[in-house]
Design a protein around this ligand. Structure first.
Ligand code: HAM
Length: 433
């Protein structure tokens, strides 16, 4: 026997059934997608779909060469025809803005866009961290008023409530100021970290020279004191940035949205300024952040568009759904309404006709293929999760009747004329509900 080929490490199949180490099913996922589509529409966001592969330069320019995402985690390859360097997208914001600039979408008016799809990062896989993962992202392009900063947070809260996980998520916020303020803070931070260089771990020492802000993000317990006592960006913010941050917080207070200020929240991508935020949970172990985002006012111009103040966020679908599955409320109804079975010569054709009539009337029908003992067919019906069974055997075939059985409720079993099968099922359904 030849060797089986397995899925790529860190990339999951989404099956109709739960797997031992990956509990999300395709039906559950689809129920989430339906919820998201309606939610985005309620807030006036329109969907955008971009290619999964982009020119590598797009990500280098937007996310930043020194970030882990671009520096270490991208799947990059050269296109054999024209030797262009291409990469699988590690996130959605860059592609979204590339498309907006390319098609001049913000020419007439600001845009509210959302997307959903797979992203790729070559990280070390563990629960909640994958090499192919999925994001739902939202981008509001062309809004400089702080009102939008608060609105997108309220939008998140709305979705968390609908999914039944609001109480398990904490909102952390910070203000990253503008470019000059960040540069001044960076100099102070580098000076401070250089003073403590001997105490840093290898990762932080590397970051000191490439991306010092990320040292503040360290999870190493030995470095917490150093990180906590480092110069704070808040002390380098000018009047305007402080005002923006104050107004943002006042709006959250007014909306009754709780938050924690985390002065060490810096985000892993370079394009942010002013407002940044993350939604974290203590229910998922190490992979605690289910959603993150913030302002990126300079990015559109950086990508060749006109200056367009913007803000957005993306949630990790796997992480979010692991939380929803365990603690939330989302119903994935993938079971058929009626399981149709047959026995005896000629019964199959008649059963197929009844199944067609039921489907026409809006019922989801799973038909057993083949005959055999009814007992065996009942076992399949049970396993399918169907609510009702419809049986066509010799007697039913002879007198134009069907036998119906309520598999989940307590309406029992009855034989009615075929003309009455739909009204009988409707009656049972109403009774059970
Ligand atoms: P991000 O923080 O890099 O932001 O990713 C957003 C979310 O994607 C994370 O909070 C996490 O839930 C999920 N995620 C990231 N990496 C993985 C992984 N390897 N496995 C599973 N889930 C993962 C962005 O990507 C920005 N584009 C968000 C944004 C949109 N900012 C403004 N607009």
């Amino acid at each position: 026997m030849s060797q089986k080929i397995q899925a790529v490490k860190g990339m999951n199949d989404l099956l109709p059934v739960e797997q031992k180490d990956f509990k999300l099913t395709a039906a559950f996922w689809q129920a989430f997608e339906n919820t998201v589509q309606k939610w985005a529409k309620r807030y006036g966001y329109r969907q955008i779909r971009t290619p999964i592969v982009e020119q590598t330069g797009l990500f280098v320019r937007s996310i930043g060469e020194e970030t882990d995402v671009v520096g270490k985690e991208m799947y990059t390859f050269s296109d054999s025809n024209d030797r262009l360097s291409l990469s699988l997208r590690p996130e959605g914001t860059a592609s979204c803005l590339r498309a907006v600039v390319e098609h001049n979408l913000t020419h007439e008016s600001p845009q509210k866009l959302w997307y959903m799809g797979p992203m790729f990062r070559r990280e070390r896989p563990q629960k909640g961290r994958y090499r192919q993962f999925h994001q739902v992202g939202v981008e509001a392009l062309g809004f400089d008023n702080v009102q939008i900063d608060a609105e997108i947070i309220a939008m998140c809260v709305d979705l968390w409530r609908e999914l039944g996980i609001a109480e398990f998520l904490t909102l952390e916020i910070n203000c990253l100021g503008n470019r000059e303020e960040r540069a001044a803070h960076r100099s102070a931070l580098v000076a401070y970290l250089t003073e403590h260089e001997a105490a840093l771990d290898e990762d932080s020492r590397r970051r000191l020279h490439t991306n010092p802000l990320r040292v503040l993000d360290t999870k190493n317990p030995d470095l917490q004191t150093i990180a906590n006592q480092a110069p704070r960006l808040a002390d380098y913010l000018g009047e305007q940035s402080r005002e923006h941050y104050q107004q943002f917080k006042a709006l959250l207070d007014g909306l009754g949205i709780a938050y924690v200020e985390n002065h060490r929240l810096v985000r892993g991508l370079d394009y942010y300024n002013h407002t940044v935020f993350e939604w974290v949970t203590d229910k998922l172990g190490a992979q605690a952040t289910v959603c993150g985002g913030g302002r990126y006012d300079g990015l559109m111009a950086e990508l060749g568009g006109k200056d367009t103040p913007s803000i957005g966020f993306a949630m990790g679908v796997e992480r979010l759904l692991l939380l929803v599955r365990e603690y939330g409320s989302l119903h994935a109804d993938a079971v058929p309404d009626v399981f149709v079975m047959q026995q005896g010569e000629g019964a199959a054709l008649q059963a197929m006709k009844y199944a067609a009539l039921l489907r026409e009337a809006g019922w989801d029908v799973l038909q057993f293929s083949g005959g055999g003992k009814l007992q065996k067919q009942f076992k399949h019906a049970d396993k399918s999760g169907a609510r009702f069974a419809l049986i066509v055997a010799e007697q039913e075939l002879a007198d134009g009747s069907v036998t119906l059985k309520d598999l989940r409720g307590n309406s029992g079993q009855t034989t009615v004329s075929a003309d009455a099968m739909i009204s009988q099922l409707e009656q049972w359904q109403q009774k059970d509900n």
